[in-house]
Design a protein. Structure first.
Length: 731
C-alpha cells in the first residue's frame, strides 16, 4: 500500500458482500456511505461483519484497471446503534445467534436503549424476558461473544501493527479467548503457530513494553531462528551464525544470547556439540533432529554388522526366474547388481530416468519371493506408493501408513518394540525421505531384515530437514549401486536423453516448434517453445492445455496434462495459472459464483495426509459435485470418492498448476513447465531435472532461453547442513 496516499475515514451501512474468504477474512463489499449517493466498493480484511451493519472505515483510495475506484481498508470498527429503533433493527438482522425478529422485539421492549449493554455485560438478566430461559440466555451471550471476539481481535491486531490477514488462523487456534491469551502470554503463539507466530508474539510483546533483552524474548528468538533453519532443510545451525543472526535481526547482545542458549540446552530443547568440520566451532540442533540423525547412523552401522543369509540363487537361476515371472531379459549390469544386492543387509539403488531402477525393484522382489522371503514395498507419498503398485503389480504403502502413524497422538505404532514383519523392505523415491521419517522407518526395521532404498539424488531433496539419501551415499557406508546405462527403449525418448543432458549441465536437444499440423511420425516427446513475455507464456499454456496437446496426443486436458512451475507468485506462478486455467478449462466455471473456490470439474490437490480418509498430501483429483444445500464437496481421486465438509476445504487447493516440489514422487502423461527469468531465485538444475522427469509421454518447456541457461548453469543448490554423512563414515 502506498504510504504517500492520504487516508480517508467514512461511515456508512454495509450494503452487500461480494466475496468473503473465511480463512483470512479478506472481503470485497459495497458500503452505502452516510454522506454519499452511491455505494463505495471496499476491499480488505473485514472480519465479523454482516450486511446492514453500520461501519466506520479508514482506508486509501485505489484505482483498479478493471474495477475502477475502490477503497482499500486499513482499519474499521462496527458502530453499534444507540437508538431504540437502531438497536431493534440491528438485532432483527440475525447478526447474533439465538436472536430472531420476535426475540429482538421482546428484548428491546424490556431493556430499551440498554439492550446491548445488558447482552454484553449482564447476560444473566436476559432471563427476565418472556420466552428466554437460562439455556437460551447462554446461547445469546455466546453468540454475542463469538460475534464480537472477531472484532476485538481485529482491533487488537491493528493496535499492535499486525497484519489482519492472520486473524483467521489466530481465531482457529484460540477462539474467543484469543485477545486475552495474546495479551497475557504473547510468546505462546510462537509455539502454537510455527512460521508466523513468532513475528506476531514479538510485535505484541514489544508493543506492551517488554524489553528487547528480556530472557523470555531471547529464548523465543533462538527457538524461532532454529525453526527457520530447520524449515530451510538444515538439521543444525552453527553457534556463531546463531549469535550473528540474533544480533543483526533482533538486537540481542551475544553474551546474553549465550546465557539463554545454555538454559534451552539444560531444558533439553536444544543440543550443542563440536562441529565435525571444525573442532573449534560448535553446532546447535533441535533435540528431535539430533536424536534422529544419531539414531539413523547407529542403526545403519548396526545393520551393516549383521551377516546375511548366504543361500541365495546363482546367476542362471536369477535370470530364468526374472524371465519367467516378469518376461524381462536382464542386462549384464542389472544381473551383476541383482546378484550382489542380495549379499548386503542394506543397499541403495540410484540412477537417472531410463536406467532400469524400476526393473531392478521388480526383479529384486521376484528373487526374494523365490527365496520364500516376505517383501514390503513403500514410498514416502501416496502418489509414489500407487505408482509403485502399478509398476510392480504388488501392493505398496506410504511410509506413514506402513509405520502406523496415529494422527491424533502424533506417534507411530511400528517401533523397535513392534517392528515390521518382513524379510525385506524396498523404499522407492527415497530421496524424499527427511531425517525424522527415516529415523522412524529404521526404528521399525528388524536387524535381520534387508533394507533397499531406491532413488535419484539429482532430484530435489526432501521437503523436511536433511538430505538423507545423498548423505548415506556420500558416506560410502552403505553399498550403493549407481545405474548409468540408458536402455534402448529409453534411448528413443528425447525427454530421457534431455533429462540426462540437463543433469550434466548440457543444453537439451529441442524439436521443431510444437504444431497441431504435425503428422504422427514427426511427433517428439520433448519441446522447448521460446516465449520471452510472461503474458505470452500464459497464453501458450492455455492453448496447449485446451486444444493442442489433447488434439495431437489424444490426452485429457484436465486429468492428463500437468502444469509444473517453480513458484507460487507471479504471472506464471501457481496462483495466477490456476485462476486462468480454471476459467479456460472448466466448463462449469462461473465468475458470478466467486464465493465458491472450487467448481464441479475442477482439478484439485489434497494438501495434508488424512489416514482416516486414505488420502494423502499431493494426491490429485477432480471435483465431482459441490453441493451448496448440504455444504459438501465430493472429489474423485482416481476412483476413490472423498467427501469434504466446509471446514475441511482448507485441505484442498486448485491443481491445474502445481510447484515442482509438490510434483515429487509423481508421474504425469504430459508436463508443461514455464521458465522465466523472474523465477531467478528458483532456477536450479535439480529443479528443472525433477520437473522434466515427471513427464511420461510428453514434456514441454515454455519460456526464455536465458532462464533455461540460468537453470542449467546453477548446479549449486543451497547446501544443507547435516552431520549424517560424517556420523556414518565413522571419522
Amino acid at each position: 500500500m502506498n504510504p504517500t496516499r492520504s487516508q480517508t475515514t467514512l461511515e456508512g451501512q454495509l450494503d452487500h458482500i461480494t466475496y468473503y474468504n473465511e480463512d483470512n477474512h479478506y472481503t470485497i463489499a459495497r458500503l452505502k456511505a452516510t454522506d454519499a449517493q452511491t455505494c463505495i466498493k471496499l476491499v480488505g480484511y473485514l472480519a465479523g461483519v454482516t450486511v446492514g451493519q453500520q461501519l466506520k472505515i479508514t482506508g486509501v483510495w485505489d484505482s483498479h484497471p478493471k474495477y475502477g475506484q475502490q477503497l482499500k481498508v486499513i482499519s474499521y470498527s462496527v458502530v453499534l446503534p444507540a437508538t431504540i429503533d437502531g438497536i431493534r433493527g440491528y438485532l432483527r438482522s440475525g447478526v447474533i445467534k439465538g436472536i430472531g425478529p420476535k426475540t429482538a422485539n421482546r428484548l428491546v421492549s424490556h431493556f430499551g436503549d440498554q439492550t446491548l449493554i445488558v447482552i454484553e455485560q449482564h447476560s444473566e438478566r436476559l432471563s427476565e424476558v418472556e420466552g428466554i430461559g437460562p439455556a437460551k440466555a447462554q446461547l445469546i451471550s455466546q453468540g454475542w461473544q463469538a460475534q464480537h471476539a472477531v472484532r476485538r481481535l481485529m482491533q487488537f491486531l491493528q493496535d499492535n501493527g499486525i497484519k489482519m490477514a492472520y486473524s483467521g488462523k489466530i481465531l482457529k487456534a484460540y477462539g474467543e479467548d484469543a485477545v486475552d491469551i495474546l495479551r497475557s502470554d504473547p510468546f505462546r503463539i510462537a509455539n502454537d503457530l510455527p512460521g508466523i507466530g513468532f513475528q506476531i508474539a514479538d510485535a505484541i510483546a514489544l508493543n506492551q513494553g517488554l524489553s528487547e533483552e528480556d530472557p523470555k524474548r531471547i529464548r523465543a528468538c533462538i527457538i524461532n531462528l532454529t525453526e527457520q533453519n530447520t524449515s530451510e532443510g538444515h538439521t543444525f545451525i552453527y553457534k556463531k551464525q546463531m549469535s550473528e543472526r540474533c544480533f543483526d535481526m533482533f538486537g540481542i547482545d551475544p553474551e546474553k544470547m549465550f546465557k539463554e542458549l545454555a538454559v534451552l540446552v539444560e531444558d533439553r530443547q536444544l543440543v550443542i556439540e563440536p562441529a565435525f568440520d571444525d573442532k573449534d566451532s560448535q553446532i546447535i540442533y533441535p533435540l528431535r533432529l539430533y536424536l534422529a540423525e544419531t539414531a539413523i547412523a547407529c542403526k545403519l552401522k548396526a545393520m551393516r554388522s549383521v551377516p546375511v543369509d548366504a543361500a541365495y540363487p546363482d546367476s542362471e537361476r536369477i535370470t530364468s526366474e526374472v524371465l519367467k515371472k516378469l518376461a524381462i531379459q536382464l542386462s549384464t549390469e542389472q544381473l551383476n547388481v541383482l546378484q550382489e544386492i542380495l549379499t548386503h543387509r542394506a543397499a541403495i539403488i540410484t540412477g537417472g530416468p531410463g536406467t532400469g531402477k524400476t526393473t531392478l525393484i521388480r526383479s529384486v522382489n521376484a528373487i526374494f519371493e523365490l527365496m520364500g522371503k516376505t517383501v514390503i514395498l513403500a514410498a514416502p507419498t501416496g502418489r509414489a506408493a500407487r505408482r509403485l503398485t502399478e509398476i510392480t503389480h504388488h501392493p505398496a504403502a506410504t511410509l506413514h501408513k506402513l509405520l502406523g502413524f496415529n494422527l491424533e497422538e502424533g506417534i507411530f505404532e511400528r517401533t523397535r518394540d513392534n517392528p515390521l514383519d518382513a524379510d525385506a523392505i524396498i523404499v522407492d523415491e527415497a530421496s524424499m525421505m527427511d531425517v525424522i521419517l527415516t529415523d522412524h522407518l529404521l526404528q521399525a526395521v528388524r536387524m535381520t531384515s534387508v533394507l533397499i532404498l531406491v532413488g535419484d539424488i539429482f532430484q530435489l531433496p526432501s521437503v523436511g530437514p536433511g538430505n538423507v539419501l545423498a548423505d548415506i551415499i556420500r558416506s560410502q557406508s552403505v553399498r550403493t549401486f549407481e545405474l548409468t546405462r540408458i536402455f534402448r527403449q529409453a534411448q528413443e525418448s528425447m525427454t530421457v536423453i534431455n533429462a540426462h543432458k540437463v543433469r550434466q549441465g548440457q543444453w537439451p536437444d529441442v524439436a521443431p516448434p510444437f504444431s497441431v499440423n504435425e503428422s504422427e511420425t514427426e511427433l517428439s516427446d520433448f519441446y522447448f517453445i521460446e516465449k520471452n513475455n510472461a503474458a505470452q507464456v500464459v497464453e501458450t499454456i492455455v492453448a496447449l492445455c485446451r486444444q493442442k496437446i489433447p488434439d495431437v496426443f489424444n490426452l485429457d486436458q484436465t486429468r492428463d496434462i500437468q502444469v509444473i512451475t517453480p513458484m507460487h507468485k507471479g504471472e506464471v506462478g501457481t496462483i495466477n495459472l490456476n485462476r486462468v486455467l480454471q476459467k479456460a478449462l472448466n466448463p462449469h466455471y462461473s465468475s458470478s459464483d466467486a464465493k465458491a473456490p472450487f467448481k464441479q470439474g475442477d482439478k484439485v490437490m489434497h494438501l495434508k495426509n488424512n489416514y482416516h480418509k486414505d488420502i494423502f498430501n499431493g494426491d490429485i483429483g477432480v471435483v465431482l459435485e459441490n453441493d451448496p444445500i448440504h455444504k459438501e464437496l465430493t472429489v474423485d481421486f482416481d476412483g476413490r470418492i472423498i467427501s469434504y465438509e466446509p471446514e475441511e476445504l482448507e485441505d484442498l487447493t486448485l491443481a491445474y498448476a502445481i510447484t515442482v516440489h509438490k510434483s515429487q514422487g509423481s508421474e504425469y502423461p504430459a508436463v508443461i513447465m514455464p521458465l522465466m527469468t523472474q523465477h531467478y531465485a528458483m532456477l536450479q538444475r535439480n529443479l528443472l531435472y525433477t520437473a522434466m522427469t515427471r513427464g511420461r509421454l510428453l514434456v514441454v518447456l515454455i519460456g526464455a532461453k536465458r532462464a533455461l541457461a540460468i537453470a542449467l548453469n546453477n548446479d549449486k543448490p543451497q547446501k544443507r547442513f547435516s552431520s549424517l554423512a560424517y556420523r556414518l563414515s565413522g571419522n
